[in-house]
Design a protein around this ligand. Structure first.
Ligand code: HEC
Length: 491
């Protein structure tokens, strides 16, 4: 077994954001702090812009901090806030991390107290886009859901309102152990073979380069764990992972296809996961694995975000994989539904006219009856995918017993695409049957009131909305969901 060296990787997965459930504690949440010290993924935000602390916190201590008894104020940093921030924020807000500033010490956190309170109250931080809404109540909780409870949000507000008291270090609450972003017991890690340099070109900071990686398995293997290794966390933004079963990408010179758009760079690759910085390794539920055929390649579509502060090189982005020579009881694959995927459009070809503020595209996929009658098929993870015009996306299943919502991402953010995995054993996950209708609904705002459109047009050197059709390019859109299903036995 090749072990993955800590420090140089950022891992992640289908699953993602590294925050435990933040209720405190022992969960994974905070590890990121440690493990990402030097090596965190990158995000849109990171870049080179340094963010300086606000000059006011909304509330400032009225006493200059020296009043007797100030240590007694609760909540205070040492007793209340630090453990929460360690668990919920430090997967990203650490020195060298993907967030634009660290939140590891009182001095670092204090100036941000007011903004922290507002951002957590609004659910902007920690970032998480799978929401329960009036039209979507998912059947199961999500794994690694980092969202804070109302009490925790209130604590941030109370702390800011009190003027962000430090409290007494001698009374400091124990900090939770930081969560690990590393895949346990990886079998192999594979990295890019040709370094890439990323720098601002014109107004463009964002580039999509596809990397073809050779896992080198001479016989089929069965993968149950995948971690994205961000070679240069300053520029590696989100990553989509594809299986190229026919090894078509083996012909790319140096294993790279530059500017490959939003897809895999070849026609028939299969999307199996998406990762954002700060994410956990993707680990399939117990008893579930996916076959990687002999000779197959893996393709990473890497969204590079130039820092704007000069060229940056990436020579080490890749994957850590864990596999076995024997298949697990359940085998998993991803069905890609929508555009471009299987299923029928309810409105004809995808076309989002310039200037439309709430354009809707819908797709329906009827689960075929070639699933043997007795086969047990379960949904364990779902990945929504649109580009920058998209604002809201929902996936649900309709059948004789009603409607089950799988995933709703109503505040779509291109920069935080990831897969959402359910927190349940495979036998308790949602069961799909032949004849079930999987429905997708994507909403697009193709006006300048959508910051994604403004960004997209700037990249293309345009200043007014254009008609947007289906495709992989900057000015194209998709309405695509990847549904990770596991089937007992084989089809
Ligand atoms: C998965 C990574 C990640 C986690 C976890 C995370 N942040 Fe952030 N945070 C970011 C990034 C990236 C930015 C800058 C860009 C943005 O706003 O999306 C940011 C920005 C912020 C800002 C500045 C926003 C502004 O208006 O300027 C605050 C405040 C903040 N985070 C607080 C928190 C707090 C508090 C937590 C934990 C409760 C947290 N973050 C958890 C990645 C993260």
């Amino acid at each position: 077994m090749v072990s993955v060296s800590r420090g140089s990787l950022l891992l992640t997965s289908l699953v993602l954001v590294a925050c435990g459930d933040s209720q405190g504690s022992t969960d994974t949440a905070a590890t990121a702090a440690e493990s990402t010290g030097e090596a965190t993924g990158t995000s849109e935000a990171s870049g080179s812009e340094t963010t300086s602390a606000p000059t006011t916190t909304g509330t400032v201590p009225t006493t200059g901090g020296t009043t007797e008894g100030a240590e007694d104020l609760r909540p205070n940093w040492h007793q209340d806030i630090a453990p929460l921030v360690t668990a919920s924020c430090q997967s990203c807000h650490v020195p060298g991390g993907i967030a634009p500033f660290a939140l590891t010490t009182y001095e670092e956190a204090k100036p941000w107290a007011g903004v922290m309170a507002t951002d957590v109250a609004q659910g902007l931080m920690p970032p998480w886009h799978a929401l329960e809404t009036d039209v979507c109540q998912p059947p199961l909780p999500y794994l690694h859901d980092p969202r804070l409870s109302d009490d925790q949000k209130a604590m941030f507000q109370d702390w800011a309102d009190l003027g962000a008291p430090e409290g007494d270090p001698a009374l400091a609450a124990p900090l939770p152990p930081p969560p690990s972003l590393d895949l346990e017991n990886p079998t192999k890690s594979i990295t890019m073979t040709t370094p890439l340099t990323v720098d601002k070109v014109g107004n463009t900071l964002d580039f999509f380069h596809c990397l073809s990686l050779d896992p080198g398995n001479a016989a089929p293997v069965y993968v149950d764990g995948i971690q994205v290794l961000a070679g240069n966390p300053k520029i590696v933004h989100h990553v989509l992972i594809y299986v190229d079963a026919g090894a078509d990408s083996a012909s790319w010179p140096g294993g790279v296809k530059q500017n490959c758009g939003g897809g895999a760079g070849i026609g028939n690759a299969q999307l199996i996961g998406g990762w954002v910085p700060g994410g956990m390794p993707m680990v399939a539920p117990a008893g579930v694995s996916t076959e990687l055929p002999a000779g197959a390649r893996l393709i990473l579509n890497v969204h590079y975000h130039a820092t704007g502060g000069g060229p940056e090189e990436d020579s080490a982005t890749g994957l850590a994989l864990r596999w076995s020579d024997t298949a697990a009881q359940w085998s998993t694959f991803f069905t890609l539904i929508g555009a471009p995927g299987v299923g029928e459009s309810l409105h004809g070809p995808l076309m989002i006219p310039a200037g439309e503020e709430a354009h809707v595209e819908e797709y329906e996929y009827i689960v075929p009856d070639n699933i043997p009658a007795l086969a047990d098929v379960r949904v364990w993870t779902v990945l929504n995918h649109m580009h920058k015009v998209g604002v809201d996306m929902r996936v649900w299943v309709e059948n004789g017993s009603g409607e089950t919502c799988l995933l709703h991402t109503p505040q779509w953010d291109f920069n935080w695409q990831r897969s959402y995995q359910y927190d349940a054993p495979i036998t308790e996950s949602f069961r799909v049957r032949a004849g079930d209708r999987v429905r997708l609904r994507c909403v697009y705002n193709n006006t300048m009131s959508n910051p994604g459109v403004v960004e997209m047009l700037a990249e293309a050197g345009l200043d007014a909305p254009v008609d947007v059709g289906l495709g992989e390019g900057t000015l194209d859109e998709m309405c695509l969901t990847g549904v990770g299903v596991a089937i007992k036995g084989s089809l």
